[in-house]
Design a protein around this ligand. Sequence first.
Ligand code: GDP
Length: 330
Amino acid sequence: MKPAPRQLADGLLAGDRAALARAITLAESALPRHQELAEEVLELCLPHSGGAVRLGISGVPGAGKSTFVDALGVHLVRERAETVAVLAVDPTSPVHGGSILGDKTRMPRLASDPRAFIRPSPSGGSLGGVARATRQAILLCEAAGYRNILVETVGVGQSEVAVADMTDCFLLLLLPGAGDELQGMKRGIMELVDLVIINKADGGNEGRAARARSEYEGALHLFPPPPHGFPPVVSVCSAQENRGVREAWELVLRHRAHMQASGWLSRRRAAQARRWLVELIEGHLRETFLRSAAVRARLPGLEGLVEAGALSPLRAARQLLEAWEPAGED
Ligand code: GDP
């Protein structure tokens, strides 16, 4: 049965969690007619979105992301009377069958709280598809009244870039014993980071965590200061023992206050919206191109010629693009 977008949006705006979940499912769907419905719901919700604190959280598997999100979420709802939505971006989860990000059972305390909404990563898609759905989910959760959105991702590949590009503040969760990680630390990732939190500073690891903190501070110092004037801050916590979690949130708020006062928050969001637009256009063009009958008829043959060295990729691309008739297709 086709749900009416107006009805869905009204339910969602009134705080109906089932309506919110349903709208997110539509946004995650690969079916064009679902995506159109999701778009209509989103249009109705947009005037009510944008008000949340959007925090991205990354870290390697085992760093303690779920434990940290659980502790942070509980702090927000119980001690600050806030509402929290937890989303996840993990394009690898269905393939690898490992732990699922955003799984409710991994955040037991938060999952049982009515002021929290937890949604696992959309599954079975490219990073582009997963990121597109999550971007929409952020806006839908905001329209449903969630004032804080935590977006979890794994510390591998491009998913961190995608999450940093849909949040206001990007937090990297690390383990004590910085040496190896410092060496492997990719410059690109450090440029995305606003806050570094060293987790598991407990059970005799406190000294190592403190050393890691000063090593990271030293390493981050070598990067040029960011244009917005808020260099990354390093802190320690024990998500398990609930120490340093409140302080981590205070850092998020300090970062936010700076970004708001300096005008960088709206600039960051404007740049993200522009990049999202470009991504959507690129995605659509790629899909229409590859679906086109003219391209499908010629592509395998041209690929063979390019592989055999009989035709240059330049010429093959030109032939395909010339054969493509987007207006007549679809
Ligand atoms: P994720 O894969 O990054 O989501 O990590 P999890 O939250 O699932 O945590 C991985 C393991 O580390 C689990 O066994 C947790 O109980 C444990 N863990 C998480 N946070 C802490 C912490 O602050 N201290 C200690 N000692 N263990 C922790």
